[in-house]
Design a protein around this ligand. Structure first.
Ligand SMILES: *[C@@H]1O[C@H](CO)[C@@H](O)[C@H](O)[C@H]1NC(C)=O
Ligand SMILES: *[C@@H]1O[C@H](CO)[C@@H](O)[C@H](O)[C@H]1NC(C)=O
Ligand SMILES: *[C@@H]1O[C@H](CO)[C@@H](O)[C@H](O)[C@H]1NC(C)=O
Length: 422
């Protein structure tokens, strides 16, 4: 970390950083991959999985599509107070900064550092991500349409659904009905199921992950200004596509930030969660998906456009055990090879696309494929044949069969209550 050098010059209280002033300006380090900032990553496509075909066989047709989209890049949430405090510290110290000799990557501080981040709201970058994804979607599925769009009631998600709508429907967007899950007459909805689960608390995860960070990153990240600078990197990117702060950190520090957020999200939605609410909450979506794919209520539509949060998507993967690590992620070191990897699974504007397709010859009966951030996410839990593996898909029949667990959970039953009711 180079920031302590500066803070030292500013006579900030730095006793805990003295061991870290090892910055060698001549060291030739490759820049950190800024797509790897966990759930704060800017949208990027996932890499194709080696050995899995990118396209379906030419005799296949996609008959039904269910989209679950995360909102686009947004302003900070609980992190905002750290960024604001950093801005204040730097502002108060502007004279000392003016006199100081700063390494190249911190010279931007001479001009002062201002922050215009708007907490919680969709950014301009986020707006563009959603519009582009709407247009991409229309190009990819030119024959499918709908007249209703469903979203979480949170403003940035509503806004995201509208920008997507402009890209997808063009001028016809005015004829489309935009609905939020609050307007549905259901005891629990499949986009924000945690709202119907009183025992479930996101706050627990936050506290735990922060404690982990200050304990194991080798620096005292409870130092609010350092935290602020670390958060300023992804949030400047979210708002402006660039940040002077990203280059102020060593690669291993940004990798730790990524891991910290993975731990946080794994606690909220995955294997490490208390009482394992992930699969139970995610089952609401899986049930809805199967209901639609089987047309169980005889009113299934060919296309669903739905908008939610990172947790909305991660819960679905969790319920199907598609991102489940064999053993919980360790908290005393970074496990590099892990299935739970939110940089790939739930960056800003993440898109989870479920396809039902049928083929003249290649497959018999309806098949299911998942595209997550544009690349096939192999449905390893229900694959049977060599062909299934080749295309990352599986038959609807097997898909239903392996999801028995989900189909057996219902709102207000014993399993649900054990997880959700005090
Ligand atoms: C900045 O200076 C103001 C005025 O002296 C002071 O009230 C405030 O606490 C300082 N802020 C920080 C973060 O040091
Ligand atoms: C579901 O069944 C109804 C009634 O048979 C039909 O009109 C509708 O097109 C079906 N939906 C899909 C997606 O196949
Ligand atoms: C689950 O909890 C609800 C609310 O407390 C209660 O009405 C319901 O009977 C419970 N279900 C079971 C199976 O105990």
């Amino acid at each position: 970390m180079h920031l302590p050098v500066v803070l030292n010059l500013l006579q900030a209280s730095l006793s805990s950083f003295t061991g870290l002033l090892d910055f060698d300006p001549s060291a030739n380090v490759s820049p950190y991959d800024l797509d790897r900032l966990a759930t704060l990553s800017p949208y990027h496509d996932r890499a194709h999985v080696p050995g899995v075909a990118a396209e379906l066989p030419s005799d296949c047709t996609v008959d039904q599509v269910v989209l679950l989209h995360r909102h686009g890049s947004r302003g900070p949430e609980w992190e905002d107070k750290y960024i604001q405090k950093l801005v204040e510290t730097l502002d108060n110290s502007s004279q000392a900064i003016g006199r100081a000799h700063l390494p190249q990557n911190l010279r931007f501080l001479k001009d002062g550092y201002k922050s215009d981040l708007v907490p919680h709201e969709l950014t301009i970058v986020g707006r563009r991500q959603l519009f582009d994804h709407g247009a991409d979607f229309a190009l990819q599925y030119p024959t499918l349409s709908t007249d209703v769009v469903l979203s979480s009631p949170v403003q940035r998600v509503v806004d995201s659904s509208r920008y997507f709508g402009h890209g997808f429907f063009g001028g016809d967007v005015d004829t489309v009905e935009f609905v939020t899950v609050d307007e549905l007459d259901v005891p629990v909805n499949w986009i924000t199921p945690w709202k119907s689960c009183s025992k479930y608390s996101e706050a627990k995860g936050h506290a735990a992950a922060s404690a982990w960070a200050s304990k194991h990153l080798g620096v005292d990240l409870s130092d609010d200004d350092i935290r602020g600078a670390l958060f300023a990197c992804p949030y400047d990117l979210a708002a402006h596509n660039e940040s002077p702060w990203c280059a102020a950190f060593h690669n291993h520090e940004l990798r730790s930030l990524e891991y910290e957020y993975d731990l946080l999200m794994d606690r909220i939605s995955g294997l490490m969660s208390n009482n394992d609410p992930g699969p139970v909450l995610g089952s609401v979506y899986v049930n809805k998906l199967i209901e639609r794919f089987t047309n169980a209520t005889s009113d299934a539509k060919e296309l669903y456009l739905e908008f939610g949060h990172d947790t909305s998507i991660l819960l679905v993967l969790s319920a199907m055990a598609l991102n489940k690590d064999a053993t919980p992620l360790p908290v005393d070191h970074i496990r590099v090879h892990r299935k739970f990897h939110t940089s790939e699974q739930a960056p800003f504007a993440a898109r989870m696309v479920w396809e039902k397709f049928s083929c003249k010859k290649s497959f018999h009966g309806p098949q299911i494929r998942l595209l997550l951030n544009s690349a096939t996410y192999p449905l390893t839990t229900c694959q049977k044949s060599f062909k299934d593996k080749e295309f990352g898909s599986c038959s609807l029949k097997e898909f239903i069969s392996v999801n028995r667990f989900n189909l057996n959970i219902h709102y207000g039953d014993e399993t649900w209550n054990a997880t959700c009711v005090d």
